[in-house]
Structure formats: C-alpha cells, structure tokens
Design a protein around this ligand. Structure first.
Ligand SMILES: Cc1ncc(COP(=O)(O)O)c(C=O)c1O
Length: 507
C-alpha cells in the first residue's frame, strides 16, 4: 500500500511536451496530423492508428513519423527514407538503436541462445520441462521471488552510482517501470521519513511526469488542481537562454531569497526538494553548477532531502555518466530512467538505506519493477559504458555539436542555442511574421521530409525531431555514439533543410 494517497487528476493542458503550438488556422503549410505526399504506406498506417488509439496517447508532433526499422543513429520510414534520429527516442537509446554487442549481452543475460530461438521447434527444448514447446530461459516475471539478474543489476548499478563523484549517499536501489513511477517512489520514500515533513519543494517549469506525485511537482503553481503540499521555486532561464552566456556571472541571490522565504513560512514542514539537473521538457535550460550547489546547501542546512531527477540526463547525456557529477552535487536521492535500459522500459531510484528501509513491505512494489528483462537491459547497458569510452567521446564532440548548431543561426530561424554533452535545445526565432512556434513546427516537418528524391531515384535523407519543447524549442539529442562524420553530415543536412524552410516562410 502506498504511504500517501493522491487523487487522480485530469491531464493538464500546461504540461509542456503535450502542447500543440499556437498556429494561425489556415496556414497551408501547417497540418497538425501528419499526412505526407508520396507516403502511401505511412499514411495508411497513420489512418489506421487514428481509429485505434486516441490522440491523447501521443504527444504533439507535426510529423507523426512512421518508423519501420532502425540501426545506430538512423531510422527508416516504410518508404525507405533514412532519417537521422535527433531524438534517441526521447533520450532513451543512448547507445544507438539495436547495438549488436548490447543485444548479444542482453540475450545472454536473459539466457536466450540463438539455437533455441531460431533452429526450429524443440531445438532448445528444456529436457525436464515435460514438453517440447518450452525452452529454459530466465524467469520472465518473478513477483514474490527474485532472480539472479536482479541482484546483479542492483549491485552493478549501485557500484556505478557510488563510484561516481557525488554518489556517496546512494546506498539502496528500488526499481520502477517508468520515470514517473520512479519519481513517485522517491517522493514517497522522502515523505515517509517524517510524518511532520510533508511539504515538497519543486523547481518551476520542471517536468517529472504526468501521474500522481510526479505530476504534482511538474509545471508551476499557476496550473489548475495543484497539490497543496508542493511549493515552487525559480529555476534559472532568462540568464542562461543561450550558451554564449555560459560563464557570465549570474545573480543567485534571488534564488536564495526564495528558499529563505519558504523556510520562514513553512520551516521543518518542508521534507524534500526535487529538481531536474537541467530543465528538459521546459525548454532545455542548463544552469550553472552554483545554482544546484545553492539548492544543496539549503537542503543540508535544513535537513531537507534533495532528489535529483536524472530520468533524461543519466547515462552520459550531460557528458558525465550521471548529471550529479556534471553539476557537482551529492543528492540524497537520484531518479533514473530512459537511457538506463537503452530501449527496454526501466527506471530506478537510489537513496540512503536508512530512508529506503523505513518503508514497509510492498510500499514500493508493483508488477513490473525489477522484472528480469529490465534488469538484463540495465546490466547490458552498463557493460557498454564500462567497456567503451562513450563519455569521453561525448565530451570530445561537444564543440562540434555547438559549431553545427550555431551555424544554423545564419538562417535567421534560430534565436538561441543551449545545451551540453549530447542534449541541446535550439529556440526558434520569429520570422517574417511567423511566430517561433510556427517556425519550429515547419522545421520539424521539413526536416522529416528531407532532401526529396535524388537523381538516382532514392529518397534523400531527413532528420527525425521531437515535437517542439515549450512550443518553440527543438530538441537535438542524437544517440551518444554518433560519430564525428555523422555529426558533420547531419549538421550540414540540417543547415540545407533550414535554408529551405527560410525560403518557404519568406514567400
Ligand atoms: C526529467 C524527467 N523526469 C521524469 C520523466 C517521466 O518519465 P516517464 O515518461 O518514463 O514516466 C521524464 C520524461 O520525459 C523526464 O524528462
């Protein structure tokens, strides 16, 4: 049973990634649901899906790309168009899509051998299962039990976290099936520490999920039906709107004053503070380290637990294995997800044993947490990070990413570039009477459509982008393993496509 009950709340229109941009009706170039000329198979699938799932099941995108297959940093549409994946499937496939060695290790942790899968019925039959139609593999679901791979995943993940600078408080791990669930579990654990400390501080315009307490700490106090245990503080945005401002002194006293005012009003009813390392869904704002260190100092001074929500930042995105290393903090709790399983759904929290073990049997349990498939994926993902210098690669190519993205400003369509490691936001400018949101929507569509038919009849490459963040910020977050050549080629392609957009919007 959960220690805190939260009544279900309706989907809130202000959750940043769900919003469609405000576009002027009647703009011929803008169609909210993608249907593209020359895409017979994709359009058929889009139409079929429209009758099967409600639109609410997807976040808004001007393309609704149909992805038939993927490898490395590329997707292919059913029509055979190759798309550079600038999303990593919403920051999940950090190692790229279907990495061969990862797949092999994953299968072997699941105890799947090729002969038992592909050599015909019974080739790998379990001799003592009593029937040929069974093979011996990992226990696929182990509720009220545990599997060796779960123990390995816990040990390996904790060793990785604790081996990172700032991971000293992370002593115990609990699993979840999604980032939102993990956030909820981290907050539950903190609230359970002390019944008198039930108030939660969250950073304004953050995104932590759409369900339960993850939803309660998302957004801002102006959103309807706000959970009254939550108080919001500001996160730097204006001062860091462009990466050219990195290193400029920023006045932290306003943030300090907000924290002090909260303490003066609520004192030791404040139990925990949750923040993202950088504002992700809110528009890709990457603060100076001093901001997080200020939050940490406040938390330490008042015995408030600091939760670092690294769901989209973990496993190398910011140029360190964990974002708490990048930002020089030592969180009490860290929330992990997305890239943790490189495509297999899994999330986790890690925190102090004394707090985690204060929860009773079942308070963090559910059907899918720590299922063997997820654990196998985490171990296979850790294998890759521990045997290859992926983090070093991300750091080395960061200047190349900035150079390529900065060059896009020449088109007049991009107002600001910000980011780090392999996670960037490019904020669109107003252009020729078109709002930044309109410009962003057109860029997503034109990038998806790509160069068009080539002289040899093959479809030219395109770029797969997420629907804009905060209406007008394009997320650029390819898999971390993108090579230097691929960065140069994809940035050149994006530049060409943005020149097209400019021509289109100049008409
Ligand atoms: C920082 C952060 N926390 C939590 C979540 C929620 O994760 P999930 O969508 O897996 O529930 C997200 C998702 O984008 C996120 O970016």
């Amino acid at each position: 049973m959960a220690p805190v009950t939260v009544s279900p709340q309706p989907a809130r229109a202000t959750t940043p990634p769900q919003q469609a941009p405000e576009v002027s009706p009647g703009n011929a170039w803008y169609r909210p649901v993608g249907e593209f000329a020359g895409e017979k198979e994709s359009n058929t699938l889009r139409q079929a899906m429209a009758g099967l799932e409600p639109p609410a099941h997807r976040t808004f995108t001007p393309t609704q790309a149909v992805l038939a297959k993927s490898a490395g940093i590329f997707h292919w549409t059913p029509e055979g168009r190759r798309l550079y994946d600038f999303t990593s499937g919403v920051l999940v496939s950090n190692l790229g899509h279907n990495p061969a060695r990862w797949l092999k290790n994953f299968a072997s942790y699941c105890q799947w051998r090729p002969e038992m899968l592909f050599s015909g019925d019974g080739a790998g039959a379990a001799a003592d299962a009593g029937a040929e139609e069974f093979v011996t593999g990992t226990t696929m679901t182990a509720y009220n039990g545990l599997t060796p791979i779960e123990v390995t995943a816990c040990e390996r993940l904790l060793a990785s976290l604790r081996g990172a600078k700032g991971g000293g408080r992370l002593e115990s791990v609990a699993w979840a099936a999604s980032g939102s669930e993990a956030v909820q579990k981290a907050i539950w654990a903190c609230l359970k520490r002390d019944p008198a400390r039930q108030m939660i501080i969250a950073t304004r315009h953050g995104y932590h999920g759409k369900k339960g307490l993850s939803y309660a700490v998302t957004g801002s106090e102006s959103d309807p039906e706000r959970d009254d245990r939550v108080r919001f503080i500001s996160f730097p945005m204006r001062e860091i709107r462009d990466h050219s401002l990195v290193g400029e002194p920023i006045d932290l006293s306003i943030y300090q004053r907000e924290l002090e005012a909260l303490w003066a009003e609520h004192g030791s009813r404040l139990g925990c503070l949750i923040t993202e390392p950088y504002l992700g869904g809110g528009g890709s704002y990457h603060p100076p380290r001093e901001y997080h260190q200020l939050l940490q100092a406040f938390c330490r001074a008042h015995d408030i637990l600091l939760i670092f929500d690294e769901v989209q930042a973990n496993f190398g995105r910011t140029g360190s294995m964990y974002a708490f290393e990048t930002y020089g903090v030592e969180p009490d709790f860290v929330v992990l997800g997305k890239g943790l399983g490189n495509g297999v759904p899994v999330a986790a929290i890690a925190g102090p044993q004394v707090i985690m073990h204060n929860l009773g049997y079942g308070e963090l349990s559910d059907t899918w947490s720590a299922n063997p498939l997820s654990c196998a994926a985490v171990v296979a993902t850790l294998d890759e990070f521990e045997s290859r210098d992926i983090i070093g690669h991300v750091r080395r190519v960061e200047p190349l990413m900035f150079a390529g993205l900065d060059r896009l400003r020449e088109t007049g369509l991009i107002a600001h570039v910000r980011g780090e490691g392999m996670v960037y936001g490019i904020e669109c400018a107003e252009f020729n009477g078109h709002s930044p949101a309109e410009v962003a929507a057109v860029i997503v569509r034109v990038c998806y459509q790509g160069l068009g038919s080539q002289p040899d009849g093959t479809p030219g490459d395109g770029i797969h982008l997420l629907g804009p963040l905060a209406k007008c910020v394009l997320r650029v977050s390819p898999p971390l393993v993108i090579t230097e050549i691929q960065i140069r080629d994809s940035m050149e392609l994006m530049h060409r496509l943005l020149v097209r957009v400019r021509e289109q919007l100049s008409e």
